[in-house]
Design a protein around this ligand. Structure first.
Ligand SMILES: *[C@@H]1O[C@H](CO)[C@@H](O)[C@H](O)[C@H]1NC(C)=O
Length: 584
Protein backbone atom coordinates (compact mmCIF):
# COMPACT_ATOMS: atom_id res chain seq x y z
CA UNK A 1 0.00 0.00 0.00
CA UNK A 2 2.61 2.51 1.00
CA UNK A 3 4.63 1.62 -2.08
CA UNK A 4 1.60 2.43 -4.16
CA UNK A 5 1.18 5.73 -2.35
CA UNK A 6 4.82 6.56 -2.98
CA UNK A 7 4.16 6.02 -6.66
CA UNK A 8 1.28 8.44 -6.52
CA UNK A 9 3.50 10.98 -4.76
CA UNK A 10 6.25 10.50 -7.30
CA UNK A 11 3.78 10.68 -10.17
CA UNK A 12 2.72 14.19 -9.38
CA UNK A 13 6.12 15.42 -8.30
CA UNK A 14 7.95 14.21 -11.37
CA UNK A 15 8.37 16.73 -14.11
CA UNK A 16 8.48 14.97 -17.42
CA UNK A 17 10.67 16.22 -20.20
CA UNK A 18 7.69 16.07 -22.54
CA UNK A 19 6.52 14.06 -25.51
CA UNK A 20 8.71 14.20 -28.62
CA UNK A 21 6.95 13.97 -31.98
CA UNK A 22 8.05 13.17 -35.48
CA UNK A 23 6.55 14.93 -38.46
CA UNK A 24 2.95 13.81 -39.11
CA UNK A 25 2.71 11.96 -35.76
CA UNK A 26 -0.73 12.05 -34.23
CA UNK A 27 -1.04 14.60 -31.44
CA UNK A 28 -3.74 13.25 -29.15
CA UNK A 29 -6.54 15.56 -28.14
CA UNK A 30 -8.42 14.49 -25.04
CA UNK A 31 -11.82 15.97 -24.33
CA UNK A 32 -12.20 16.74 -20.67
CA UNK A 33 -15.01 18.69 -19.08
CA UNK A 34 -17.64 21.34 -19.58
CA UNK A 35 -19.34 23.59 -17.06
CA UNK A 36 -20.72 27.05 -16.32
CA UNK A 37 -18.00 29.68 -16.52
CA UNK A 38 -18.86 31.16 -13.12
CA UNK A 39 -19.13 27.90 -11.18
CA UNK A 40 -15.62 26.51 -11.05
CA UNK A 41 -16.70 23.43 -9.14
CA UNK A 42 -19.59 22.38 -11.31
CA UNK A 43 -18.16 20.42 -14.20
CA UNK A 44 -19.61 17.71 -16.37
CA UNK A 45 -18.11 15.28 -18.75
CA UNK A 46 -17.77 16.69 -22.25
CA UNK A 47 -19.63 13.75 -23.74
CA UNK A 48 -22.70 14.56 -21.67
CA UNK A 49 -23.41 17.21 -24.31
CA UNK A 50 -24.75 16.19 -27.73
CA UNK A 51 -21.44 16.45 -29.57
CA UNK A 52 -19.32 14.25 -31.79
CA UNK A 53 -18.22 11.23 -29.82
CA UNK A 54 -16.47 8.03 -30.79
CA UNK A 55 -18.50 4.80 -30.91
CA UNK A 56 -16.63 3.47 -27.90
CA UNK A 57 -15.57 6.03 -25.33
CA UNK A 58 -12.06 5.39 -24.01
CA UNK A 59 -10.98 7.16 -20.84
CA UNK A 60 -7.44 8.15 -20.01
CA UNK A 61 -6.14 6.97 -16.65
CA UNK A 62 -5.60 9.95 -14.41
CA UNK A 63 -3.54 10.89 -11.38
CA UNK A 64 -5.23 11.29 -8.02
CA UNK A 65 -4.84 15.05 -8.28
CA UNK A 66 -6.60 15.15 -11.64
CA UNK A 67 -9.48 13.04 -10.36
CA UNK A 68 -9.86 15.26 -7.29
CA UNK A 69 -9.90 18.28 -9.60
CA UNK A 70 -12.87 16.86 -11.52
CA UNK A 71 -10.92 15.86 -14.63
CA UNK A 72 -12.28 12.97 -16.70
CA UNK A 73 -10.33 12.80 -19.92
CA UNK A 74 -11.44 10.72 -22.87
CA UNK A 75 -10.20 10.21 -26.41
CA UNK A 76 -11.73 12.28 -29.18
CA UNK A 77 -12.06 11.98 -32.93
CA UNK A 78 -9.97 15.06 -33.71
CA UNK A 79 -7.13 14.03 -35.97
CA UNK A 80 -4.25 16.43 -35.37
CA UNK A 81 -0.92 15.71 -37.06
CA UNK A 82 2.33 17.24 -35.87
CA UNK A 83 3.17 20.37 -37.95
CA UNK A 84 0.48 19.59 -40.54
CA UNK A 85 -2.01 22.42 -41.04
CA UNK A 86 -5.48 21.48 -42.03
CA UNK A 87 -8.07 23.88 -43.31
CA UNK A 88 -11.55 22.71 -42.69
CA UNK A 89 -11.99 19.09 -41.82
CA UNK A 90 -15.28 17.53 -40.96
CA UNK A 91 -15.41 15.95 -37.52
CA UNK A 92 -18.87 14.46 -37.77
CA UNK A 93 -22.51 15.26 -38.35
CA UNK A 94 -24.87 15.30 -35.40
CA UNK A 95 -28.63 15.22 -35.68
CA UNK A 96 -30.09 16.96 -32.64
CA UNK A 97 -33.32 15.87 -31.05
CA UNK A 98 -35.56 18.43 -29.36
CA UNK A 99 -34.02 17.37 -26.05
CA UNK A 100 -30.48 17.87 -27.37
CA UNK A 101 -31.37 21.32 -28.63
CA UNK A 102 -32.79 22.30 -25.25
CA UNK A 103 -29.71 20.95 -23.48
CA UNK A 104 -27.43 22.99 -25.72
CA UNK A 105 -29.50 26.14 -25.39
CA UNK A 106 -29.46 25.85 -21.59
CA UNK A 107 -25.73 25.23 -21.57
CA UNK A 108 -25.06 28.27 -23.75
CA UNK A 109 -27.34 30.42 -21.59
CA UNK A 110 -25.27 29.34 -18.57
CA UNK A 111 -22.07 30.34 -20.38
CA UNK A 112 -20.70 26.84 -20.59
CA UNK A 113 -17.08 26.49 -21.60
CA UNK A 114 -15.34 23.30 -22.62
CA UNK A 115 -11.87 22.07 -21.80
CA UNK A 116 -9.74 19.86 -24.04
CA UNK A 117 -6.21 18.75 -23.34
CA UNK A 118 -3.53 18.76 -26.02
CA UNK A 119 -0.15 17.46 -24.89
CA UNK A 120 -1.03 18.18 -21.25
CA UNK A 121 -1.97 21.77 -22.08
CA UNK A 122 -5.55 22.70 -21.16
CA UNK A 123 -7.30 24.31 -24.11
CA UNK A 124 -10.56 26.10 -23.37
CA UNK A 125 -13.29 27.86 -25.25
CA UNK A 126 -16.96 28.68 -25.03
CA UNK A 127 -19.58 26.24 -26.34
CA UNK A 128 -21.65 28.94 -27.86
CA UNK A 129 -22.40 32.60 -27.96
CA UNK A 130 -25.24 34.78 -26.69
CA UNK A 131 -26.31 37.91 -28.44
CA UNK A 132 -28.44 40.51 -26.71
CA UNK A 133 -29.60 43.11 -29.13
CA UNK A 134 -32.02 45.98 -29.44
CA UNK A 135 -33.62 47.67 -26.51
CA UNK A 136 -37.15 47.57 -27.92
CA UNK A 137 -37.97 45.06 -29.20
CA UNK A 138 -35.47 43.12 -27.11
CA UNK A 139 -34.00 40.11 -28.84
CA UNK A 140 -31.96 37.36 -27.36
CA UNK A 141 -30.17 34.98 -29.68
CA UNK A 142 -28.37 31.71 -28.99
CA UNK A 143 -25.56 30.49 -31.22
CA UNK A 144 -23.46 27.35 -31.23
CA UNK A 145 -19.82 27.29 -32.30
CA UNK A 146 -19.71 24.35 -34.68
CA UNK A 147 -16.23 25.10 -36.00
CA UNK A 148 -13.12 25.05 -33.81
CA UNK A 149 -9.73 26.30 -34.84
CA UNK A 150 -6.68 24.98 -32.98
CA UNK A 151 -3.54 27.10 -32.87
CA UNK A 152 -0.52 25.12 -31.82
CA UNK A 153 3.00 26.43 -31.36
CA UNK A 154 5.93 24.05 -31.64
CA UNK A 155 9.66 24.16 -31.21
CA UNK A 156 11.66 21.40 -32.87
CA UNK A 157 9.84 18.21 -32.03
CA UNK A 158 7.81 19.43 -29.07
CA UNK A 159 4.54 21.23 -28.51
CA UNK A 160 4.97 24.50 -26.61
CA UNK A 161 1.54 26.08 -26.53
CA UNK A 162 -1.95 25.46 -27.80
CA UNK A 163 -5.25 27.29 -27.78
CA UNK A 164 -8.56 27.17 -29.53
CA UNK A 165 -10.39 29.98 -31.29
CA UNK A 166 -13.95 29.87 -32.51
CA UNK A 167 -14.52 33.08 -34.39
CA UNK A 168 -13.13 31.85 -37.74
CA UNK A 169 -16.53 30.67 -38.96
CA UNK A 170 -19.96 32.10 -38.28
CA UNK A 171 -21.77 30.24 -35.50
CA UNK A 172 -24.90 28.18 -36.02
CA UNK A 173 -28.09 29.78 -34.76
CA UNK A 174 -30.20 27.63 -32.47
CA UNK A 175 -33.22 29.93 -32.51
CA UNK A 176 -36.36 28.87 -34.25
CA UNK A 177 -34.95 25.55 -35.37
CA UNK A 178 -36.88 22.35 -34.83
CA UNK A 179 -35.73 18.81 -34.34
CA UNK A 180 -34.46 16.81 -36.05
CA UNK A 181 -31.78 19.35 -36.89
CA UNK A 182 -28.47 18.40 -38.44
CA UNK A 183 -25.25 20.27 -37.68
CA UNK A 184 -21.87 19.55 -39.22
CA UNK A 185 -19.01 19.95 -36.75
CA UNK A 186 -15.73 20.97 -38.33
CA UNK A 187 -12.23 21.95 -37.21
CA UNK A 188 -9.00 23.35 -38.52
CA UNK A 189 -5.45 23.26 -37.22
CA UNK A 190 -2.71 25.89 -37.56
CA UNK A 191 0.87 25.17 -36.60
CA UNK A 192 3.29 27.96 -35.75
CA UNK A 193 7.01 27.78 -35.11
CA UNK A 194 8.33 29.38 -31.96
CA UNK A 195 11.72 29.77 -30.30
CA UNK A 196 10.47 29.31 -26.78
CA UNK A 197 12.14 26.49 -24.87
CA UNK A 198 10.09 23.60 -23.59
CA UNK A 199 10.94 24.47 -19.99
CA UNK A 200 9.30 27.88 -20.32
CA UNK A 201 6.02 26.56 -21.59
CA UNK A 202 4.33 26.44 -18.19
CA UNK A 203 4.73 30.20 -17.98
CA UNK A 204 3.49 30.68 -21.55
CA UNK A 205 0.40 28.61 -20.76
CA UNK A 206 -0.22 30.46 -17.50
CA UNK A 207 0.13 33.92 -19.00
CA UNK A 208 -2.35 33.18 -21.79
CA UNK A 209 -5.05 31.54 -19.78
CA UNK A 210 -8.69 31.51 -20.83
CA UNK A 211 -9.47 32.56 -17.26
CA UNK A 212 -8.56 35.90 -15.62
CA UNK A 213 -4.93 36.76 -15.17
CA UNK A 214 -2.70 35.79 -12.29
CA UNK A 215 -3.24 37.94 -9.22
CA UNK A 216 -0.96 40.85 -8.55
CA UNK A 217 1.33 41.36 -5.59
CA UNK A 218 -0.31 43.23 -2.73
CA UNK A 219 2.37 44.83 -0.65
CA UNK A 220 0.06 47.15 1.22
CA UNK A 221 -1.77 44.32 2.90
CA UNK A 222 1.48 42.65 3.86
CA UNK A 223 2.76 45.88 5.42
CA UNK A 224 -0.54 46.27 7.23
CA UNK A 225 -0.25 42.79 8.69
CA UNK A 226 3.39 43.37 9.64
CA UNK A 227 2.49 46.52 11.57
CA UNK A 228 -0.15 44.57 13.45
CA UNK A 229 2.38 41.92 14.37
CA UNK A 230 4.88 44.47 15.67
CA UNK A 231 2.21 46.20 17.74
CA UNK A 232 1.13 42.94 19.28
CA UNK A 233 4.63 41.75 19.99
CA UNK A 234 5.34 45.12 21.61
CA UNK A 235 2.24 44.70 23.70
CA UNK A 236 3.30 41.27 24.94
CA UNK A 237 6.79 42.55 25.76
CA UNK A 238 5.26 45.37 27.81
CA UNK A 239 3.11 42.91 29.74
CA UNK A 240 6.05 40.67 30.47
CA UNK A 241 8.23 43.52 31.68
CA UNK A 242 5.46 44.78 33.92
CA UNK A 243 5.06 41.33 35.41
CA UNK A 244 8.76 41.07 36.04
CA UNK A 245 9.02 44.56 37.46
CA UNK A 246 6.27 44.01 39.99
CA UNK A 247 7.91 40.73 40.83
CA UNK A 248 11.15 42.47 41.70
CA UNK A 249 9.20 45.03 43.65
CA UNK A 250 8.10 42.29 46.02
CA UNK A 251 11.62 42.02 47.37
CA UNK A 252 11.92 45.72 47.81
CA UNK A 253 9.93 45.86 51.04
CA UNK A 254 10.61 49.55 51.66
CA UNK A 255 9.04 50.46 48.38
CA UNK A 256 5.44 50.67 49.56
CA UNK A 257 4.15 52.67 46.61
CA UNK A 258 4.79 50.03 44.03
CA UNK A 259 2.10 47.86 45.56
CA UNK A 260 -0.78 50.04 44.64
CA UNK A 261 0.57 50.91 41.21
CA UNK A 262 0.13 47.38 40.07
CA UNK A 263 -2.78 46.31 42.17
CA UNK A 264 -4.32 44.99 39.02
CA UNK A 265 -1.31 42.88 38.20
CA UNK A 266 -1.38 40.98 41.42
CA UNK A 267 -4.53 39.11 40.59
CA UNK A 268 -2.63 36.42 38.82
CA UNK A 269 -0.32 35.78 41.76
CA UNK A 270 -3.17 35.01 44.11
CA UNK A 271 -4.37 32.09 42.05
CA UNK A 272 -1.03 30.29 41.88
CA UNK A 273 -2.50 27.26 43.61
CA UNK A 274 -5.25 26.89 41.00
CA UNK A 275 -3.70 27.91 37.73
CA UNK A 276 -2.25 24.49 37.04
CA UNK A 277 -5.47 22.67 37.83
CA UNK A 278 -5.96 20.39 34.82
CA UNK A 279 -8.94 21.06 32.55
CA UNK A 280 -12.02 18.88 32.32
CA UNK A 281 -12.68 16.75 29.22
CA UNK A 282 -8.98 15.92 28.96
CA UNK A 283 -9.48 13.47 26.12
CA UNK A 284 -11.20 15.95 23.83
CA UNK A 285 -8.82 18.68 24.91
CA UNK A 286 -5.71 16.72 23.99
CA UNK A 287 -7.31 15.37 20.79
CA UNK A 288 -7.77 18.97 19.64
CA UNK A 289 -4.12 19.70 20.37
CA UNK A 290 -3.04 16.56 18.54
CA UNK A 291 -5.00 17.20 15.37
CA UNK A 292 -4.14 20.91 15.54
CA UNK A 293 -0.43 20.06 15.62
CA UNK A 294 -0.90 17.70 12.72
CA UNK A 295 -2.49 20.42 10.62
CA UNK A 296 0.24 22.87 11.55
CA UNK A 297 2.79 20.39 10.23
CA UNK A 298 0.64 19.71 7.18
CA UNK A 299 0.15 23.38 6.33
CA UNK A 300 3.84 24.09 6.79
CA UNK A 301 4.76 21.12 4.61
CA UNK A 302 2.43 22.16 1.79
CA UNK A 303 3.66 25.75 1.88
CA UNK A 304 7.29 24.64 1.73
CA UNK A 305 6.49 22.37 -1.21
CA UNK A 306 4.62 25.19 -2.93
CA UNK A 307 7.47 27.66 -2.38
CA UNK A 308 9.89 25.12 -3.80
CA UNK A 309 7.65 24.94 -6.89
CA UNK A 310 6.68 21.30 -6.58
CA UNK A 311 3.12 21.74 -7.80
CA UNK A 312 1.75 21.69 -11.28
CA UNK A 313 0.47 25.18 -12.04
CA UNK A 314 -2.30 24.04 -14.37
CA UNK A 315 -4.71 22.98 -11.67
CA UNK A 316 -5.27 22.78 -7.95
CA UNK A 317 -5.56 19.01 -8.11
CA UNK A 318 -1.92 18.44 -7.32
CA UNK A 319 -2.23 20.48 -4.12
CA UNK A 320 -5.37 18.56 -3.16
CA UNK A 321 -3.72 15.20 -3.59
CA UNK A 322 -0.59 16.35 -1.76
CA UNK A 323 -2.88 17.45 1.07
CA UNK A 324 -4.70 14.13 1.22
CA UNK A 325 -1.51 12.09 1.17
CA UNK A 326 0.31 14.30 3.65
CA UNK A 327 -2.71 14.17 5.95
CA UNK A 328 -2.43 10.39 6.11
CA UNK A 329 1.31 10.46 6.67
CA UNK A 330 1.28 13.17 9.33
CA UNK A 331 -1.31 11.32 11.43
CA UNK A 332 1.51 10.06 13.63
CA UNK A 333 2.01 13.63 14.85
CA UNK A 334 -1.62 13.84 15.96
CA UNK A 335 -1.34 10.56 17.84
CA UNK A 336 1.94 11.52 19.44
CA UNK A 337 0.91 14.97 20.68
CA UNK A 338 -2.53 13.86 21.85
CA UNK A 339 -1.37 10.78 23.76
CA UNK A 340 1.61 12.62 25.20
CA UNK A 341 -0.43 15.53 26.52
CA UNK A 342 -3.11 13.13 27.73
CA UNK A 343 -0.60 11.19 29.80
CA UNK A 344 0.95 14.41 31.08
CA UNK A 345 -2.45 15.64 32.21
CA UNK A 346 -3.01 12.35 34.02
CA UNK A 347 -5.50 10.69 31.69
CA UNK A 348 -5.62 6.91 31.69
CA UNK A 349 -8.00 5.81 28.93
CA UNK A 350 -5.50 6.26 26.12
CA UNK A 351 -7.21 3.90 23.63
CA UNK A 352 -10.33 6.03 23.66
CA UNK A 353 -8.17 9.14 23.44
CA UNK A 354 -6.43 7.88 20.29
CA UNK A 355 -9.67 6.83 18.65
CA UNK A 356 -11.11 10.24 19.35
CA UNK A 357 -7.99 11.84 17.91
CA UNK A 358 -8.14 9.90 14.69
CA UNK A 359 -11.84 10.70 14.21
CA UNK A 360 -11.75 14.33 15.28
CA UNK A 361 -11.16 15.56 11.76
CA UNK A 362 -11.81 12.43 9.71
CA UNK A 363 -15.41 12.00 10.90
CA UNK A 364 -16.68 15.53 10.11
CA UNK A 365 -14.72 15.43 6.87
CA UNK A 366 -16.29 12.15 5.87
CA UNK A 367 -19.80 13.36 6.66
CA UNK A 368 -19.45 16.61 4.73
CA UNK A 369 -17.76 14.88 1.86
CA UNK A 370 -20.36 12.09 1.67
CA UNK A 371 -23.14 14.65 1.55
CA UNK A 372 -21.49 16.84 -1.09
CA UNK A 373 -20.48 13.83 -3.13
CA UNK A 374 -24.01 12.40 -3.10
CA UNK A 375 -25.40 15.67 -4.36
CA UNK A 376 -22.69 15.91 -7.01
CA UNK A 377 -23.38 12.34 -8.00
CA UNK A 378 -27.10 13.12 -8.30
CA UNK A 379 -26.22 15.98 -10.65
CA UNK A 380 -23.93 13.70 -12.64
CA UNK A 381 -20.98 16.07 -12.44
CA UNK A 382 -17.38 15.07 -12.71
CA UNK A 383 -16.80 16.51 -9.24
CA UNK A 384 -18.33 13.33 -7.81
CA UNK A 385 -15.44 10.98 -7.14
CA UNK A 386 -15.52 7.59 -8.85
CA UNK A 387 -15.70 4.61 -6.50
CA UNK A 388 -12.10 3.58 -7.19
CA UNK A 389 -10.91 6.90 -5.80
CA UNK A 390 -13.20 6.57 -2.80
CA UNK A 391 -11.76 3.12 -2.06
CA UNK A 392 -8.24 4.48 -2.49
CA UNK A 393 -8.90 7.31 -0.04
CA UNK A 394 -10.46 4.96 2.49
CA UNK A 395 -7.47 2.61 2.24
CA UNK A 396 -5.18 5.58 2.71
CA UNK A 397 -6.94 6.41 5.96
CA UNK A 398 -7.43 2.81 7.10
CA UNK A 399 -3.96 1.48 6.30
CA UNK A 400 -1.82 4.59 6.76
CA UNK A 401 -3.59 7.31 8.72
CA UNK A 402 -5.17 5.27 11.49
CA UNK A 403 -2.22 2.93 12.19
CA UNK A 404 0.19 5.88 12.25
CA UNK A 405 -2.04 7.64 14.80
CA UNK A 406 -1.84 4.58 17.04
CA UNK A 407 1.92 4.17 16.61
CA UNK A 408 2.50 7.86 17.26
CA UNK A 409 0.24 7.58 20.28
CA UNK A 410 2.18 4.67 21.76
CA UNK A 411 5.43 6.60 21.46
CA UNK A 412 3.80 9.72 22.87
CA UNK A 413 2.42 7.87 25.85
CA UNK A 414 5.66 6.08 26.65
CA UNK A 415 7.85 9.15 26.32
CA UNK A 416 5.61 11.37 28.41
CA UNK A 417 7.15 12.99 31.46
CA UNK A 418 5.30 14.55 34.39
CA UNK A 419 3.75 17.96 34.07
CA UNK A 420 6.19 19.47 36.58
CA UNK A 421 4.10 22.48 37.53
CA UNK A 422 6.00 25.41 39.07
CA UNK A 423 3.36 25.78 41.81
CA UNK A 424 1.49 23.19 43.81
CA UNK A 425 -2.25 22.86 43.16
CA UNK A 426 -4.55 22.84 46.19
CA UNK A 427 -7.27 20.25 46.57
CA UNK A 428 -10.14 22.67 46.63
CA UNK A 429 -10.59 25.16 43.82
CA UNK A 430 -10.97 28.82 44.64
CA UNK A 431 -14.11 30.61 43.77
CA UNK A 432 -13.83 32.63 40.55
CA UNK A 433 -14.97 36.23 40.98
CA UNK A 434 -17.51 37.51 38.47
CA UNK A 435 -16.12 39.71 35.75
CA UNK A 436 -17.44 42.66 33.76
CA UNK A 437 -18.72 41.94 30.25
CA UNK A 438 -15.54 43.04 28.52
CA UNK A 439 -13.68 40.24 30.30
CA UNK A 440 -16.21 37.54 29.55
CA UNK A 441 -15.19 34.58 27.43
CA UNK A 442 -17.36 35.86 24.61
CA UNK A 443 -15.50 39.18 24.50
CA UNK A 444 -12.19 37.31 24.58
CA UNK A 445 -13.25 35.14 21.68
CA UNK A 446 -14.27 38.16 19.63
CA UNK A 447 -10.96 39.95 20.23
CA UNK A 448 -8.88 36.78 19.95
CA UNK A 449 -10.54 35.82 16.69
CA UNK A 450 -10.72 39.22 15.11
CA UNK A 451 -7.06 40.22 15.34
CA UNK A 452 -5.61 37.14 13.62
CA UNK A 453 -8.44 37.35 11.11
CA UNK A 454 -7.67 40.97 10.32
CA UNK A 455 -4.02 40.07 9.79
CA UNK A 456 -5.01 37.73 6.97
CA UNK A 457 -8.26 39.27 5.75
CA UNK A 458 -6.80 40.74 2.57
CA UNK A 459 -5.01 37.51 1.80
CA UNK A 460 -8.23 35.61 2.28
CA UNK A 461 -9.69 37.27 -0.76
CA UNK A 462 -6.84 35.93 -2.88
CA UNK A 463 -7.08 32.48 -1.34
CA UNK A 464 -10.82 32.29 -1.94
CA UNK A 465 -10.47 33.63 -5.44
CA UNK A 466 -7.92 30.93 -6.15
CA UNK A 467 -9.74 28.05 -4.52
CA UNK A 468 -13.25 29.02 -5.56
CA UNK A 469 -12.67 31.15 -8.58
CA UNK A 470 -10.64 31.16 -11.73
CA UNK A 471 -7.74 33.27 -10.61
CA UNK A 472 -4.36 31.68 -10.30
CA UNK A 473 -2.22 32.32 -7.29
CA UNK A 474 1.46 31.77 -7.67
CA UNK A 475 2.85 33.98 -4.93
CA UNK A 476 3.42 31.18 -2.50
CA UNK A 477 6.31 33.05 -0.90
CA UNK A 478 3.94 35.79 0.24
CA UNK A 479 1.46 33.22 1.42
CA UNK A 480 4.20 31.68 3.51
CA UNK A 481 4.99 35.05 5.12
CA UNK A 482 1.32 35.61 5.87
CA UNK A 483 1.12 32.18 7.43
CA UNK A 484 4.01 33.11 9.71
CA UNK A 485 2.27 36.39 10.57
CA UNK A 486 -0.93 34.56 11.39
CA UNK A 487 0.82 32.17 13.76
CA UNK A 488 2.71 34.99 15.51
CA UNK A 489 -0.37 37.17 15.92
CA UNK A 490 -2.28 34.23 17.32
CA UNK A 491 0.44 33.43 19.83
CA UNK A 492 0.74 37.06 20.98
CA UNK A 493 -2.97 37.71 21.33
CA UNK A 494 -3.36 34.47 23.22
CA UNK A 495 -0.69 35.47 25.73
CA UNK A 496 -2.25 38.89 26.21
CA UNK A 497 -5.76 37.49 26.72
CA UNK A 498 -4.55 34.82 29.12
CA UNK A 499 -2.74 37.48 31.11
CA UNK A 500 -5.92 39.55 31.38
CA UNK A 501 -7.89 36.52 32.40
CA UNK A 502 -5.44 35.52 35.12
CA UNK A 503 -5.30 39.09 36.39
CA UNK A 504 -9.03 38.87 36.94
CA UNK A 505 -8.31 35.89 39.21
CA UNK A 506 -9.89 33.50 36.72
CA UNK A 507 -7.68 30.42 36.47
CA UNK A 508 -9.72 28.48 33.91
CA UNK A 509 -7.45 29.45 31.03
CA UNK A 510 -6.96 26.02 29.45
CA UNK A 511 -10.10 25.73 27.39
CA UNK A 512 -10.46 29.49 27.08
CA UNK A 513 -7.09 29.78 25.33
CA UNK A 514 -8.18 27.26 22.69
CA UNK A 515 -11.44 29.03 21.98
CA UNK A 516 -10.22 32.60 22.19
CA UNK A 517 -7.94 32.29 19.16
CA UNK A 518 -9.70 29.31 17.61
CA UNK A 519 -12.67 31.61 17.04
CA UNK A 520 -10.72 32.96 14.05
CA UNK A 521 -12.43 30.09 12.24
CA UNK A 522 -15.83 31.76 12.80
CA UNK A 523 -14.56 35.00 11.31
CA UNK A 524 -13.23 33.14 8.31
CA UNK A 525 -16.65 31.57 7.87
CA UNK A 526 -18.36 34.97 8.04
CA UNK A 527 -15.92 36.22 5.46
CA UNK A 528 -16.72 33.21 3.29
CA UNK A 529 -20.40 34.15 3.34
CA UNK A 530 -19.52 37.67 2.32
CA UNK A 531 -17.32 36.32 -0.45
CA UNK A 532 -19.96 33.96 -1.74
CA UNK A 533 -22.77 36.48 -1.89
CA UNK A 534 -20.90 39.65 -2.77
CA UNK A 535 -17.67 38.79 -4.51
CA UNK A 536 -18.36 35.71 -6.56
CA UNK A 537 -20.78 34.80 -9.30
CA UNK A 538 -21.34 31.27 -8.12
CA UNK A 539 -24.93 30.07 -8.14
CA UNK A 540 -27.02 26.94 -8.08
CA UNK A 541 -27.62 24.36 -5.36
CA UNK A 542 -24.67 22.14 -6.20
CA UNK A 543 -22.06 24.89 -6.13
CA UNK A 544 -23.58 26.38 -2.96
CA UNK A 545 -23.52 23.09 -1.08
CA UNK A 546 -19.97 22.41 -2.15
CA UNK A 547 -18.83 25.86 -1.20
CA UNK A 548 -20.33 25.89 2.26
CA UNK A 549 -19.51 22.26 3.00
CA UNK A 550 -15.82 22.62 2.27
CA UNK A 551 -15.63 26.11 3.74
CA UNK A 552 -17.02 24.73 6.97
CA UNK A 553 -14.24 22.14 7.03
CA UNK A 554 -11.63 24.78 6.30
CA UNK A 555 -12.86 26.90 9.20
CA UNK A 556 -12.78 23.87 11.44
CA UNK A 557 -9.14 23.33 10.48
CA UNK A 558 -8.46 26.99 11.29
CA UNK A 559 -10.03 26.45 14.69
CA UNK A 560 -7.91 23.38 15.40
CA UNK A 561 -4.66 24.92 14.21
CA UNK A 562 -4.96 28.30 15.82
CA UNK A 563 -6.47 26.87 19.01
CA UNK A 564 -3.39 24.69 19.31
CA UNK A 565 -0.98 27.56 18.69
CA UNK A 566 -2.88 29.65 21.19
CA UNK A 567 -2.86 26.99 23.89
CA UNK A 568 0.85 26.25 23.64
CA UNK A 569 1.70 29.96 23.62
CA UNK A 570 -0.40 30.47 26.77
CA UNK A 571 1.01 27.37 28.44
CA UNK A 572 4.57 28.59 27.98
CA UNK A 573 3.64 32.06 29.14
CA UNK A 574 1.91 30.78 32.28
CA UNK A 575 4.83 28.51 33.13
CA UNK A 576 7.22 31.38 32.58
CA UNK A 577 5.51 33.86 34.85
CA UNK A 578 4.87 31.38 37.65
CA UNK A 579 8.43 30.04 37.59
CA UNK A 580 9.61 33.59 38.14
CA UNK A 581 7.16 34.01 40.99
CA UNK A 582 9.12 32.71 43.97
CA UNK A 583 6.69 30.95 46.20
CA UNK A 584 7.29 30.68 49.89
C1 LIG B 1 -4.02 31.64 -29.72
O1 LIG B 1 -2.70 31.34 -30.11
C2 LIG B 1 -2.28 32.05 -31.27
C3 LIG B 1 -0.94 31.50 -31.64
O2 LIG B 1 -0.07 31.43 -30.58
C4 LIG B 1 -2.25 33.53 -30.94
O3 LIG B 1 -1.82 34.27 -32.07
C5 LIG B 1 -3.62 33.97 -30.53
O4 LIG B 1 -3.61 35.31 -30.11
C6 LIG B 1 -4.15 33.10 -29.39
N1 LIG B 1 -5.53 33.45 -29.18
C7 LIG B 1 -6.06 33.60 -27.96
C8 LIG B 1 -7.49 33.94 -27.90
O5 LIG B 1 -5.38 33.46 -26.96
Amino acid sequence: MSIFVCFVVLAFLSTSSGIKYKDNDKVILYVNKVGPYFNPHETYHYYQLPVCRPKKIEHKSLTLGEVLDGDRMALSEYDIRFTRDSDKKELCKVTFTEQDLQLLRDAIEDLYYFEFVIDEIPVRGFIGHLEEGGFLPHNHKVFLWAHLNFNIEYNGNQVIYANVTTKEQAPVSLDGVTAPYEVVFTYSVKWMKTNMAYDDRAKRVRDNSFFPKTLEIHWLSIINSMVLVFLLIGFVVIILTRVLKSDFARYNVDDEESDDIDQEDNGWKIIHSDVFRFPSFKSLFTAILGVGSQFLALATGIMVMAVLGMFNVHHHGSINSAGVILYAFTSGIAGYVAANMYKVLGGDNWVWNLNLTSCLFAAPFFMVWAFVNSVAWGYGTTQALPWQTVVLLMCLWGFVGYPLTIIGGIFGKNWATGFDAPCRTKNFPREVPSVPWYRSSFAHCVVGGFLPFSAISVELYYIFATLWGREQYTLYGILFIVYGILISVTGCISIALTYFQLSAEDYRWWWRSIFSAGSTGCFVFLYAMFYYFKRSNMSGALQTIEFFGYTFLTCYVFFLMLGTVSFFASLNFVRYIYVNLKMD
